[in-house]
Design a protein around this ligand. Sequence first.
Ligand SMILES: [Zn+2]
Length: 414
Amino acid sequence: MNTNSVTIDFKRFKQTLESSSDIGKVKDTGLYRLALSDEDKKMRDLFKKWMEADGLNVRIDDAGNMYGRRKGEQDLPPVLIGSHLDTQPFGGRYDGIVGVLLSLEVIRTLNDNDIKTKRPIEIVNFTNEEGARFKPPMMASGFLVQQFSQDFVYSRIDTDGLRFGDQLERIGYKGSPENRIKDIHSFVEVHIEQGPKLEQTGSDIGVVKGIQGMNWFEITINGHSNHAGSTPMHLRKDALMAAAEMIHKLEQKTADQSLLLTIGKFETSPGSVNVIPEQVKFSLDIRSDNDTVRNTFINEVKTEMKEISRRREAQIDIQDTWTSPTVNFDPALLDIIDYNSKKLGLKSLNLMSGAGHDARYISEIAPTAMIFTPSVNGISHDISEYTTDDDIYNCGNLYLGVVCELANRDKLTE
Ligand SMILES: [Zn+2]
């Protein structure tokens, strides 16, 4: 079968995207569509209606993941495509939504042209990818690969104390465990880049090699509080000054390494203008796509932070709160994306994802890869998030070609 001459119907896609952009709309160009909210329900209902209208067999599993299966000529494990329809508060219209709605457009294009595939093709909308209302993010894809149990998932609460399990039931999307997807031939997720690399290099497409690893820490430094006016500098055990020296050192150490370091939370106490800080707490987010580089860095900075504390007569406690190793996607699948991208004359860039995605977990049970479409100014999770029509059109046609090729293959390497 040759899909070279077949292209997606972009006008139809735009209408679909516009319908989605109206559900939970904020400030003209933004979306506020948190997982399991009324807006999420409304979007799901519409998406379900669309999938059924396109002849897909719709299933919902016990984490609320939505699937729509297009039959293959043979009853084989399907090619899985899709992403997520939930957003951050004041998030954008594109994010993972582009991935889900382009998946639908791929199916519609195949239907229009009466193109049959050997394998079934299955669309997925993962529940609560964002983790904005119920933590952690990527909860329902993690659930599928047994990273999180059903009890754990159902017992997550939002800031109002509402349980995930109850809210899933409330919106009518608590499905059955039998509906969870098990055998997957391959999974390809389309998503916006959420960074500036594609735009800066003038690339049409990102072929995502994997997801960089990260570690989170919670640091507590205990010094001694005293009067700001009567304690000489050399007699102080100032927790904040110790933290400042550590943070300065941390930034210096990242200068010549392929590392990203962020301190997103910082608190001092007692927090009074004329009292020397007794305690400081701060978070550390350290990322790199090289696990060895990251782990060596972590060991070194732990030693140095302890040394600074000791010298300043403060106590330090370093808690590891989250570890996520680097994930490398399937090389054969990446080759297929590369090949199809060249066939369409697109300029592609191979890159690692800086953000987490559902593909991270699904890669544990199936050959997986991702395709990124450029983000204007690298902005995401914001109402100004934008991807151009041309870029989405190119990405959709690439997706179509890749999905067709996968759905007609026995193995990924032939
Ligand atoms: Zn996303």
